[in-house]
Design a protein around this ligand. Structure first.
Ligand code: NAP
Ligand code: ZN
Ligand code: ZN
Length: 351
């Protein structure tokens, strides 16, 4: 063990459900043999942070330091670390540990660990301690759960790749987005705009399905081939049977049956946004064209690294608005109102 303790790391936390974020201090663990100590430069604000601080999914652990789109610089490594050295640009995404032994971990699907993935915040590590996320100055993570951020990408724009980027990259790859494939993205927010950029870079024909046409010019600039308003009933008539893959990023329940009708034979409607209530689905439209409805959760470590390397090669980062930590509560309100183009990123130097 290195004697590299980091007491009193400055952070922002919520102390109870729906409380505002406020200054907080925490102790990061000593850098262990296989640990990487990271100075956090930037952390994105994911809509999940808002669901979690308001305990909308149940099971939240307070006090909670949110943040799982972490980009920073390595400050120290444990004596047995082989993959990282001080000074490197690195990222931490939605989880910081898993069992490494179960079937899913061995397949590189650590996000589905059978023994329980240790998430970056509002989770418990193997010692039972609460985990604290990226709205903080530093973090210590086992090297196997640390990602390399390509040097050509700015750290602020790269931060959202650690959740929004991988959450769209993984289903786009899994369901074969590429040349000749027609992909629709529902909701042009933090996740959705990454889906447009990555889907376009993969060579797919990309359509945005947004509530209105307000973001149409942006959608085209980001790489969309087509843009439709879901508030217009004509959209659903015109696009019947058109898509091989539809990724739904909306953070609320919407009418999945309408979207199933837009799938071609063998098409898939994939949820990444989390609906707040159960959704009912009619069977016949699925049977008739061998369509499927599925879900997807972030991506494993190897795939997240593949995504970062892909984004480095294609110069893809998120469109961001950088804020000081002191504006985080206003930023939450603006995300809920849809008033962000397209991701808030906290400058953690302002802590
Ligand atoms: P976001 O930035 O708020 O974007 C969501 C977009 O959905 C909005 O920009 C809006 O796009 C559309 N929208 C919002 N409210 C709507 C409503 N009531 N009806 C229809 N459309 C609506 O959120 P985000 O950070 O992208 O996250 C989206 C969801 O994904 C959240 O539920 C989050 O928890 C979840 N998530 C899942 C994963 C995963 O691994 N599965 C990972 C990260 C986040 P338009 O204005 O274009 O309509
Ligand atoms: Zn997220
Ligand atoms: Zn496991």
């Amino acid at each position: 063990m290195q004697n590299n303790n980091m007491p009193n790391t400055k952070a922002y936390a919520v102390t109870a459900s729906k409380a505002p974020l406020a200054p907080f201090s925490l102790d990061r663990r000593t850098t262990g043999d296989y640990d990487v100590a990271i100075e956090i430069k930037f952390c994105g604000i994911c809509h999940t942070d808002i669901h979690q601080t308001r305990d909308e999914w149940g099971g939240a652990i307070f006090p909670m330091v949110p943040g799982h789109e972490i980009a920073g610089v390595v400050t120290a490594v444990g004596p047995r670390v082989t993959k990282f050295r001080a000074g490197q640009h690195v990222g931490i995404g939605c989880f910081v540990d898993s069992c490494r032994r179960c079937v899913e971990c061995r397949k590189g699907l650590e996000q589905f660990c059978a023994e329980g993935t240790v998430f970056t915040y509002s989770s418990r590590d193997k010692q039972g301690n609460a985990t604290y996320g990226g709205y903080s100055e530093r973090i210590v993570v086992n090297e196997d759960y640390v990602l390399r951020i390509p040097d050509n990408l700015p750290l602020d724009g790269a931060a959202p790749l650690l959740c929004a980027g991988i959450t769209l990259y993984s289903p786009l790859k899994h369901w074969g987005a590429g040349p000749g494939r027609r992909v629709a993205i529902i909701g042009l927010g933090g996740l959705g705009h990454m889906g447009v950029k990555i889907g376009h870079a993969l060579g797919a024909e990309v359509t945005v399905l947004s509530q209105s046409l307000k973001k149409q010019a942006d959608g085209k600039r980001l790489g969309a081939d087509h843009f439709y308003a879901t508030s217009d009933p004509e959209t659903f008539k015109k696009l019947q049977g058109q898509f091989d893959l539809i990724v739904n990023t909306v953070p609320a329940a919407n009418d999945w049956n309408q979207y199933i009708g837009l799938l071609a034979a063998d098409g898939a409607l994939v949820m990444v946004g989390v609906p707040d209530e159960p959704v009912s689905i009619a069977g016949f439209p699925l049977i008739a064209r061998r369509r499927s409805v599925a879900g997807s959760l972030i991506g494993g470590i190897a795939e997240t690294q593949e995504m970062l390397d892909f984004c480095g090669k294609h110069n893809i980062v998120s469109d961001i608005e950088v804020i000081p930590i002191q504006q985080v509560n206003e930023a939450y309100e603006r995300v809920v109102k849809g008033d962000v183009r397209y991701r808030f990123v906290i400058d953690c130097g302002t802590l």
